[in-house]
Design a protein around this ligand. Structure first.
Ligand code: PMT
Length: 395
């Protein structure tokens, strides 16, 4: 998600630093526009350091990558968030005044990006008929507002006008963004969880996959409007979106068959499951007895599901995962090539917070063109959206 964060002149500008940090933590790219008055409350240096981008202030400043900056920022943004938003910047937006970088970008962003204001001002100013009128007009031009909360204001008054806390703003922004139906008309096939390879009626071979990663992806795709089929092995009890058709399977062979049955109509196939690579050669109909001091099991290779659908993938996008404990880059790229994937998300399962069963994960996403990008550590839900954003770019 690309966010242009506009900061106007309010004491609440100190909260903008935290907004940038939280947005980046959730995988967003953030570019900042600081108004002249905003610069009285927070420094450009702080914002540049946190966002990793130059901060735009002056419309006529010499910008190295000059590309009619206000237009290029409006084009780049998925969301223009103004936080804090003063009565002045809301009034400018409502009346079409474009006399600095932020107001000009806002005007250029109408109809292109989502525009959201998080007002911060004194209660009387907030409740004034002029401000309420301007907010109404701004809504008519497509803007949305994160209503300020009540409490003690910087001026000492108590009342409405305090900008919401950064964490609430960022959560609300994500809810808003993720609710967009950008995957409408697309069909996703997703696998999740571990397979179970029975040895006898009592015992089986499996692995640590909880299904959290795959189910997060399926839920995220469904939330964004895709038609989703989830092929689930053994998973933890995790909420699955009611719009998803779930096919439950046990073994790697079952998963192979279910994938082959459902893949024909899919536009995207994401293989986040951990299917067994080996299965017992023989299944014992009776419980295996503890007869000797050792038991030697003979295992045979299972079918590689992703590889088996590689040849006639056509325009379908295939995304694999690679659970690695060493040589992440080399192994992931080898799998990407062997399975003819468009991308592979490699997780180092030796890292704390990454891989099996955690609520969080971090992946290095390798693309078929040789490029790669790091997600950073984030929740599996956020990572699912991050991954889907990369897939959605291909449509
Ligand atoms: O389920 P969680 O607890 O949330 O954990 C998430 C995860 C660690 C399981 C997930 O992020 C992950 O890495 N999934 C892939 C696990 C795996 O099997 O990796 P692999 O490197 O062995 O396989 C590479 C790819 O081939 C994977 O996309 C896998 O789904 C697929 N594969 C593997 C074996 C097989 N027989 N057929 C396959 O298609």
């Amino acid at each position: 998600m690309n966010v242009v964060l506009g900061i106007s002149g309010s004491i609440a500008a100190y909260k903008s630093a935290e907004i940038i940090r939280l947005l980046k933590k959730r995988g967003a790219e953030v570019k900042v526009i600081l108004t002249k008055n905003g610069a009285e409350f927070i420094t450009k240096k702080t914002l540049e350091t946190l966002s990793n981008y130059p901060v735009a202030c002056d419309m006529f400043a010499k910008i190295e990558h000059y590309d009619v900056e206000h237009i290029s920022l409006a084009k780049w943004a998925d969301i223009v968030l103004v936080a804090p938003a003063t009565a002045n910047i809301i009034a400018k937006f409502a009346t079409g005044i474009a006399d600095d970088m932020l107001s000009t970008t806002l005007l250029a962003a109408v109809g292109r990006a989502k525009i959201v204001f998080a007002p911060a001002m004194n209660t009387q100013m907030y409740d004034s008929p002029q401000n309420q009128y301007n907010m109404q007009r701004a809504r008519e031009f497509g803007a949305e507002f994160f209503e300020p909360s009540s409490g003690e204001l910087a001026c000492g008054d108590i009342g409405r006008g305090r900008m919401d806390e950064p964490v609430s703003i960022v959560n609300a922004l994500y809810d808003m963004f993720e609710a967009k139906q950008d995957l409408k008309g697309k069909r996703f096939l997703v696998t999740a969880g571990a397979t179970i390879e029975p040895l006898d009626p009592v015992r089986y071979i499996t692995n640590h996959s909880s299904g959290k990663m795959g189910i997060s992806i399926a839920n995220a795709a469904a939330k964004r409007g895709a038609e989703v089929i989830l092929i689930a092995g053994r998973t933890q009890d995790i909420r699955i979106d009611s719009n998803i058709k779930t096919v439950n399977i046990l073994t790697s062979q079952d998963m192979y068959e279910a994938v082959h049955e459902h893949i024909i109509n899919a536009d995207v196939f994401i293989s986040a499951a951990a299917p067994a690579d080996f299965t017992p050669e023989d299944y014992s109909e009776q419980k295996i007895k503890k007869s000797g001091d050792e038991l030697i099991l003979k295992l045979k290779k299972t079918k590689d599901i992703l590889k088996s659908v590689a040849d006639n993938k056509g325009k379908r996008i295939h995304v694999g995962f690679a659970a690695e404990t060493e040589n992440l880059h080399k192994n992931a790229v080898a799998k990407l090539k062997a399975k003819n994937l468009d991308m592979i998300a490699a997780n180092d399962v030796t890292q704390k917070g990454c891989g099996f069963a955690y609520d969080t994960n971090a992946v290095e996403l390798f693309f078929a063109d040789g490029t790669h990008i790091n997600s950073g550590l984030m929740t599996k839900n956020d990572l699912a959206h991050w991954l889907i954003n990369h897939i959605a770019e291909r449509f």
